[in-house]
Design a binder for this molecule. Structure first.
Ligand code: ADP
Length: 394
């Protein structure tokens, strides 16, 4: 039995889970928030209860020290030696990293060299990795990358139709994100249906606050809706998804704003929030839709339309999917949204069964027996995927 720590470090937060492997049992989870601010908050689950305290945590190094001390204080581990390895969620692996890797000096240097590809997330990820490596130098640290699963996309899928040297010299191309989740779902579907992963053809709709669709052929990602950044693709909680890039210049002009400000609108004030003018949370929108709110319904419908556009096109691209999978916060929980998307897929012969669809957060087939493509809900688990890869590399 090994205890593996799965870590997700942001600019001011650090989420962690400690898992018992290979059993894949969650031992504890927690989060350090507001790192570097006046009042930092540390919370951890002990025997099912959430314990929270407010304290001062100036940097990520302090956060790691505190979290390890708390594991000992709450009798979750007896000493640091019990932690067999640490798996770090890393947002970007550039065009060189196609799988999880041991984070040695060379890999860290490579990642530092591509920070510009994801400046808001990769920098904080590296800060978290280094903080953990300093406190736990005796174990291996593994990087598990949001982009890695999509490195199998063919050139025709990842290349934008822009001057070729943009990709060659400046690494401008589609990378895709949520790869850890799409990989988890692919493996889980293979397991559920007793197939080899190489025989699995899927369309995965990972719909949470962030959302992406993935086309999986023979167990590999061959296209996905997010691109150079997570802004591309379908509309999300606060992101616009695809728009004509000329809108950026036009809105800069009429609103007298900078590129940065307009991109901020596209990232933080668009999607569900922008269209509804109400909320970025799908629960609020479903509730308002039921009360007759036009813009709330529109926000859901604009996304559903784009999701079905991707699903239809990916079904063609992979030559017919074995199944369509719904996952993540909305995919796992929002039956209204699943039914809405299902209806729009009638052209593909998809039929959602209302009774089967009346479920939340469980693994289940929700299509009718007559449906031409099976539709499932499968809860994702990125932390388990991180812990699996970490276990196999230590
Ligand atoms: P993130 O991308 O931040 O990881 P999540 O996967 O946690 O996002 O998804 C968050 C979304 O899931 C929110 O829009 C939330 O409203 C939605 N969600 C969670 N539970 C439900 C539910 N019961 N019904 C509808 N939507 C839900």
């Amino acid at each position: 039995m090994s205890k593996i720590m799965a870590v997700n470090a942001g600019s001011s937060s650090l989420k962690f889970q400690l898992l018992k492997m290979p059993e894949e049992e969650l031992i504890t989870s927690g989060i350090v928030e507001r790192i570097g601010m006046k009042k930092s908050v540390f919370s951890i689950k002990v025997n099912g209860d959430k314990i929270e305290e407010t304290t001062t945590i100036p940097n990520h190094g302090n956060a790691v020290n505190l979290l390890l001390e708390k594991l000992i204080e709450h009798d979750i581990i007896a000493s640091y030696d019990e932690i067999a390895g640490v798996g770090h969620r890393v947002v970007h692996g550039g065009d060189k990293i196609a799988d999880s890797v041991v984070l040695d000096e060379e890999k860290i240097k490579y990642l530092e060299g591509i920070i510009d590809l994801a400046p808001l997330h990769l920098g904080p990820n590296l800060t978290g990795i280094k903080a953990f490596q300093k406190v736990l130098p005796m174990v291996k640290h593994i990087g598990v990358f949001d982009t890695a699963f999509h490195q199998t996309m063919p050139e025709e899928a990842y290349l934008y139709a822009v001057p070729y040297d943009w990709c060659k010299n400046y690494k401008v191309r589609k990378y895709g994100f949520h790869g850890t989740s799409h990989k988890f779902i692919t493996e889980r579907f293979a397991e559920m249906t007793n197939k080899n992963v190489e025989d699995v053809n899927l369309i995965i709709a990972h719909i949470g606050n962030g959302a992406s669709i993935c086309a999986v052929k023979n167990g590999k990602s061959i296209d996905t809706s997010m691109g150079f950044t997570p802004l591309e693709g379908i509309p999300m909680g606060t992101r616009s998804g695809n728009i004509d890039p000329a809108v950026v210049e036009y809105m800069m002009k009429v609103k007298k704003k900078s590129v940065k400000e307009i991109l901020n609108y596209l990232n933080k004030q668009s999607g569900y929030l922008g269209v509804s003018g109400l909320s970025s949370d799908s629960r609020d929108l479903v509730e308002a839709t039921k009360k007759g709110n036009h813009q709330a319904k529109l926000a859901i419908d604009v996304q559903a339309k784009r999701i079905t556009d991707y699903i239809s096109s990916y079904n063609n691209y992979i030559g017919g999917a074995d199944a369509i999978i719904f996952t993540a916060g909305i995919g796992e929980n929002a039956k209204y949204t699943r039914a809405n998307i299902g209806k729009r897929l009638s052209g593909l012969g998809v039929e959602i069964d209302d009774e089967r669809n009346d479920c939340r957060g469980i693994e289940k087939k929700i299509s009718t027996d007559n449906s031409k493509i099976d539709v499932y809900v499968i809860p994702t688990n990125e932390e388990v995927m991180i812990a699996r890869d970490t276990l196999s590399l230590i």
